[in-house]
Design a protein around this ligand. Structure first.
Ligand code: FE2
Ligand code: FE2
Length: 311
C-alpha cells in the first residue's frame, strides 16, 4: 500500500482524535497548581531587602535539585512544543482543539514546579533564569517531522516525562514535591494515552508506514530537554541516581508501548515495513544490552564507593 499523505492521514484519523479528545476531557481532573506550593516558606530575595539565595537554604539533595531543574526547564520550553504539535495537527477540528487543550494543561507543569523551587529555595533563581533563556532561545525543533513520526515520538516522550516526574518526586523524599510531581505525572500519562491511541489507529490504517515511523523514533529517541545547558552531565547524574536511565527507558517506556501496539505480532506489513520491524528489533536488543552494561557499571561503582567508606 502506498503511503498516505498528511492531509489523508489527518482526515482518516480525525474521528479517532475526536473520540480520544472526548475520552480525555472526561478522564482529566481539574487541579490547581498553586495548591501544590508551600507558600508559607517563601520570602524576599536580596533586591527587596531579603536574603540572597544560597545553596544550604534548600532541604533537597543536590541530585533532587538537578532533576527538578531539568524537569522544569523541559516544561518551560512549551512554546516550542506547541509550535511543533500545531504544525503537525493544524488548528481545525478535534486536532486543533486537542492542541489547545494539551498546551493549556502542559502550562501548569512549569508553573507549579517553578513556584515550588522558588519558595523552597531549591534552585539558584539567577542561574535558573539564565538557563531558561538559553533553552528557549535554542528552542525545540524536530525539522519537518512527518505526522506519524510526531505521534510516535510524543507517545514515547509523554511516557518518559511521566516516569521522570514520578521518579524525581520519589527521589526528593519530600512529601509536597512528591505530591506535586505525582499530579504532573498523571497528566503526562493521559497525554501519552491520547497519542498512543492515535498511533494504534494509524497501525491499522497504514501499518507499514506507521511501523517505519515508530522504528525511526525509537532509534533516534532523545529527551525533549536535551537542549538544556549542561544536559549531558545532568542526565548522567539522574541516571546514576536511578531517576531516568537506559534500563528504565527500555523496560518502562519503549517495551510497554511496543507491546501495547502489538508491533511484534502485526500482520499485513510490506517489505519495507518488515525491514523496519527488523531494524526496530535490533535497536531494542541493542538498547537492552546497553542498559545491562550501564546497570553493571553503576553497581560496580556503588560497591567500590561502599568499600572505600568501610575501609
Ligand atoms: Fe508536562
Ligand atoms: Fe504531557
Amino acid at each position: 500500500m502506498a503511503d498516505l499523505d498528511t492531509t489523508a492521514l489527518l482526515g482518516a484519523l480525525e474521528p479517532v482524535a475526536e473520540e480520544n479528545l472526548d475520552r480525555h476531557l472526561k478522564a482529566a481532573q481539574d487541579w490547581m497548581p498553586h495548591e501544590y506550593v508551600p507558600w508559607s516558606l517563601g520570602r524576599d530575595f536580596k533586591e527587596l531587602g531579603g536574603e540572597p539565595w544560597s545553596v544550604e537554604q534548600s532541604q533537597l539533595s543536590p541530585i533532587a535539585r538537578t532533576a527538578l531543574e531539568v524537569n522544569l526547564l523541559t516544561e518551560d520550553n512549551l512554546p516550542s512544543y506547541h509550535r511543533e504539535i500545531e504544525r503537525a495537527f493544524g488548528r481545525d477540528s478535534a486536532w486543533g482543539e486537542w492542541v489547545n487543550r494539551w498546551t493549556a494543561e502542559e502550562g501548569r507543569h512549569a508553573f507549579c514546579i517553578r513556584d515550588y523551587l522558588l519558595v523552597t529555595r531549591g534552585v539558584d533563581p539567577d542561574e535558573l533564569e539564565q538557563a531558561r533563556m538559553d533553552t528557549m532561545q535554542t528552542g525545540y525543533d524536530s525539522g519537518d517531522k512527518p505526522l506519524l513520526n510526531v505521534c510516535a515520538y510524543v507517545s514515547f516522550q509523554e511516557l518518559a516525562t511521566r516516569v521522570s516526574h514520578r521518579n524525581t518526586g520519589r527521589y526528593t523524599d519530600e512529601p509536597i514535591a512528591e505530591k506535586m510531581l505525582t499530579r504532573v505525572a498523571k497528566d503526562e500519562n493521559l497525554h501519552m494515552i491520547f497519542y498512543r491511541n492515535i498511533v494504534q489507529a494509524a497501525l491499522e490504517l497504514t501499518p507499514s508506514q506507521t511501523m517505519r515511523a515508530i522504528t525511526d523514533e525509537v532509534v533516534d529517541f532523545q529527551m525533549p530537554g536535551a537542549i538544556i545547558p549542561g544536559f549531558g552531565r545532568k542526565a548522567v547524574q539522574m541516571a546514576m541516581a536511578g531517576i531516568y536511565d537506559l534500563r528504565i527507558h527500555h523496560d518502562d517506556i519503549v517495551q510497554p508501548l511496543l507491546r501495547q501496539w502489538g508491533v511484534w505480532e502485526l500482520e499485513g506489513l510490506d517489505a519495507e515495513g518488515e525491514a523496519a520491524r527488523d531494524r526496530l528489533s535490533d535497536a531494542v536488543g541493542a538498547l537492552d544490552a546497553e542498559a545491562t552494561r550501564f546497570v553493571e557499571k553503576r553497581e560496580e561503582r556503588a560497591a567500590k564507593l561502599a568499600a572505600r567508606q568501610n575501609a
